[in-house]
Design a protein. Sequence first.
Length: 233
Amino acid sequence: MSQTPVQRRINAIFSRQAGGQQRPAFFDIDQTYPALRVLDRHQDAIRTELEALLQERERIPRYHEVSKVETYISGTVNPDKSWRVFMLATVDGEVPANAGKCPQTMAALRQVPNLLGAFFSILDPGKSIPAHDGPYTGYLRYHLALKVPAENPPTLRVKDQFHTWTNGHSILFDDSWSHEVINHASDIRVVLIVDVLRPMPWPYRALNLLLTRVLGRYSEEVKGIRANLKKYA
């Protein structure tokens, strides 16, 4: 996705603070963001709520039907297959209609400080995601693997490192690096995705809070996501 000159400058500042080209691809959750472990501890309850949602999987929108800027990564590779997203929270808060269907998941998410977004990510069998960079260096992305095929499980590449999801295991990575999903599985793959503010010292943290909490929630992109979500409530 193209960026404005201001976005490029902000990303460059945050990238340098995080280590520039030497910044990690993956992070140790316990050292970097231990509060995310509350989701690991509640994964059985989260999985139970997910299974209920999957009973009507075809009613869950595809990613590019919720966010038009995701059309390339969601709708171009294997376009006959779907990457569906069940949004629980965005940068401007919870999605009430969806949150109400997942009370235990939401109770756990509310214990994670500086949460920017959360959703169930559902990949059809054989649905891959092309290489792309996340649009903003001010957050880190957490995955909790909830439903992973035993045969040919999908693999995530971040920068030059690879991770194969395993049921019940979680990871934390830098979404601003080039990353992609290689998927040759014959069953669906579901992870809970959670975005959190990248830990940074003051004043970078203050700038990050301003950009996400004040400006981000009023962006046209977020307004569009909210409007599209109402179609699937």
